[in-house]
Design a protein around this ligand. Structure first.
Ligand SMILES: [Zn+2]
Length: 228
């Protein structure tokens, strides 16, 4: 039996040749060219990848050419020749596809990004290219869920109190997905256009990498979005 090496979410967007894919831990590429390899096997052009240098920032960039992007945790492209990419291991990979314009994006959002306003910055960047979040179909991919994501008192003040719950003395579970949804609705996103993949990367050992489970040696999943 061959193990499925990635999830294909393209059907959720139903936007012609658009592909939205997410690698599993069974996809292994031991070279620095792992994104190029993943693009190739999923039918996307590896030479057209946009590769942001992720820093848990709240920076979003609209990009018009392939290659690296400094200090950015979210990228949008208005060019159907390009392929957006991000990597994650527990943080939320958020896919964005415009309903009728050739605009797509990928955002890497953990609690830091959500606390620092990465979702608000999406609106600011979309305003620049005359796009409205209202028109986007949005998917929150596999990520760490409240069953496994907890924080301590030290960072609690940065988290929206609607989305944490005390589970033990000094320990709080956090619902990152619904916190992100609340912020997406606040900038004008449509609830019925948001899909959450209810798979926890920490629980699903064997299918996904998890930074919280495996620590510094954890691998990463790759998310790609582009027109094949
Ligand atoms: Zn879990």
């Amino acid at each position: 039996m061959t193990v499925q090496q990635w999830s294909d979410y393209s059907h959720i967007f139903g936007n012609g040749r658009l592909k939205a894919v997410f690698s599993h831990s069974s996809f292994c590429s031991n070279s620095s060219q792992d994104r190029q390899h993943f693009a190739r096997i999923t039918g996307l052009d590896p030479s057209k990848l946009i590769i942001p240098q992720q820093t848990h920032s709240s920076n979003i960039s609209v990009i018009g050419k392939a290659g690296g992007v400094k200090n950015s945790d979210g990228i949008f492209s208005t060019n159907t020749n390009l392929v957006c990419s991000i990597q994650v291991a527990d943080c939320l990979p958020i896919f964005f596809v415009h309903g009728f314009k050739p605009v797509a994006g990928l955002v890497h959002a953990g609690w830091r990004g959500l606390a620092r306003g990465i979702i608000r910055n999406i609106k600011n960047e979309l305003d620049q290219i005359a796009c409205n979040i209202f028109d986007f179909n949005i998917l929150i991919g596999p990520s760490i869920h409240s069953c496994c994501f907890e924080v301590r008192d030290d960072v609690l003040g940065q988290i929206d109190s609607e989305f944490y719950r005390q589970k033990a003395y000094g320990r709080y579970e956090v619902d990152l997905q619904n916190w992100a949804v609340k912020q997406l609705l606040e900038i004008g996103g449509q609830k019925e256009k948001i899909t959450i993949i209810r798979e926890c990367t920490y629980c699903q050992d064997g299918k996904y990498h998890s930074y919280r489970r495996n620590g510094k040696k954890a691998g990463r999943m790759i998310a790609l979005i582009g027109w094949g």
